[in-house]
Design a protein around this ligand. Structure first.
Ligand code: ZN
Length: 242
């Protein structure tokens, strides 16, 4: 079984389409939140993702802010103004879709959330210590998170209880043998200085994680970001991936 794992699409339809094309055939889609915010295509991304077969989608902090559940004041100026513009752009039906998304979803083999297991919407799992503190909060072998926009794995070593942090080269197939927290990186706004869209394929029977990157036409997205009056920063950062 091939499960396409995506996160932090951030209203970037061009990047999303590139990922869907590159991913080939898949049996299900797990989307780890932040469908909107920063980018120009919030309605299109919600409609595209929700129409994919066997989609399970989680609510991110930007999604919560757009629906009015999260406070815009928690965001910096540029992120906050993107949220206000996104709210104006979105249809009531698509905002309702975001409102109904769960913060955590437990599948048979994996637990899905946006930020962290103990603070689903807001906490960033950025280092082994924060990862370690989150391991008691899930029972499946695998937890899948987004939010940092950085593709990474935190592996709990059964022998000594220590956490190993691992990053992967694209197209690498990682066998998951221990309890692991995995982040597929961001589709629509990567922050590891690689501008290509990031995604993964999880195979729960083989217990493997395939990590991938795909180039897309970010210049076309940058033009549309500026055209609708979103902050220039959100356009600039797409060229370099920060
Ligand atoms: Zn995000």
């Amino acid at each position: 079984m091939r499960i396409l794992v995506i996160s932090d699409v951030h209203a970037n339809l061009t990047a999303l389409e590139a990922v869907l094309q590159a991913a080939g055939t898949f049996d299900a889609v797990w989307c780890l939140g932040d469908l909107v915010g920063y980018g120009p295509d919030p309605n299109e991304c919600v409609e595209r993702i929700s129409a994919l077969p066997n989609t399970s989608c989680i609510k991110g902090n930007h999604d919560a802010a757009v629906t009015g559940e999260g406070d815009v004041e928690y965001f910096n100026d540029e992120a906050g103004s993107a949220i206000l513009i996104t709210r104006e752009l979105m249809t009531p039906a698509n905002i309702q879709y975001l409102r109904e998304l769960p913060e955590v979803q437990s599948m048979k083999t994996a637990t899905l959330t946006h930020g962290s297991l103990r603070h689903p919407i807001w906490e960033y799992i950025i280092d082994p210590q924060i990862a370690l503190e989150n391991f008691p909060y899930f029972e499946t072998q695998v937890a899948l998170v987004g939010h940092t926009h950085l593709p990474v794995a935190f592996i709990m070593d059964d022998k000594n209880g220590k956490i190993h942090r691992r990053t992967f080269k694209p197209n690498f197939i990682f066998p998951i043998t221990m309890k692991t927290i995995l982040n597929p990186g961001s589709v629509g706004q990567p922050r590891d200085y690689d501008p290509r869209a990031s995604y993964a394929i999880f195979n729960p029977e083989a217990m493997t994680w395939e990590y991938h990157r795909v180039a897309y036409d970010f210049q076309e997205v940058q033009k549309r970001i500026l055209k609708i009056g979103l902050p220039e920063k959100h356009a600039l950062r797409l060229s370099e991936g920060w």
